[in-house]
Design a protein around this ligand. Structure first.
Ligand SMILES: [Zn+2]
Ligand SMILES: [Zn+2]
Length: 251
């Protein structure tokens, strides 16, 4: 059964970097919008996270993939398989992402031994590429995608989602670029990656830079996620707010 809630809620399924820093799970965030459930990224550990938190996969109407790295879409093949065998799902499942999303997900499913073509699916699997340069309906939310500064072959995107009267922005994985504050301005919640404590790598954000630039962000609330080992050790004890696995926030 689809869970309909009147108030939007964000549940952090996984908040670690690609390597499970601090024993936590890879990127996956459930947005419970008034019109349905959206999973923002689906890291390889997503099924475990949903089970641990008592969240049914049937809540997910749409999966949005920020970019094609395993810690952001590696959980899709086994989530599809669980929906097929464990959930007896019948409702459509939409998978939205960067250009080429259908080919990339199909190739991943094949590589992991569970080709989409190899099963009779009682529920439609629908692929949709992000609209370019405009906001458009994608499943239960309005979506605007923007280019992020991350390994280019992963087709990195940040997202701004409209859910009811609320706006949630998500950086995906990105290093700093000067247009970032403008892209997420006006959001009620900005979920921002912060892999490192200091500037170690151009393709990820770090706490030192974000703290210095926090006045540039016109957002109701900023939550840091995708925390690497040093940030994981410091979570909950920083001037900027950090998310942890299982955290829930009302919008
Ligand atoms: Zn990542
Ligand atoms: Zn990445």
């Amino acid at each position: 059964m689809l869970r309909k809630s009147k108030v939007s809620e964000v549940v952090f399924i996984g908040t670690s970097d690609a390597f499970g820093a601090g024993g936590r799970r890879q990127s996956a965030i459930l947005l419970r919008a008034p019109s349905g459930g959206v999973l923002l990224d689906c890291g390889a550990t997503t099924n475990s996270g949903l089970a641990d938190l008592g969240i049914e996969r049937d809540e997910i109407d749409t999966i949005l993939i920020s970019h094609f790295h395993g810690d952001h879409f590696g959980g899709i093949p086994l989530l599809l398989l669980a929906a097929l065998y464990e959930d007896e799902r019948s409702a459509p499942l939409r998978i939205g992402g960067p250009p080429g999303v259908e080919q990339r997900v199909r190739a991943l499913c094949l590589a992991m031994g569970h080709p989409i073509e190899g099963h009779e699916w009682p529920f439609p699997i629908e692929f949709e590429e992000f609209p370019r340069g405009r906001e458009a309906e994608l499943g239960p939310v309005r979506v605007r995608a923007f280019d992020a500064h991350h390994q280019p072959d992963s087709k990195p995107h940040g997202l701004v989602l409209g859910a009811g009267a609320r706006r949630v922005a998500y950086s995906g994985d990105t290093g700093w670029f000067d247009g970032l504050p403008g892209e997420v301005a006006g959001s009620d919640l900005f979920i921002c990656e912060c892999t490192y404590a200091t500037n170690l790598f151009e393709y990820h954000l770090n706490y030192e830079d974000l703290l210095t630039r926090k006045h540039e962000f016109d957002c109701g609330r900023v939550l840091l996620t995708h925390l690497g080992a040093e940030m994981a050790a410091r979570r909950g004890a920083c001037e900027l707010e950090t998310a942890d696995d299982g955290d829930r926030f009302r919008l």
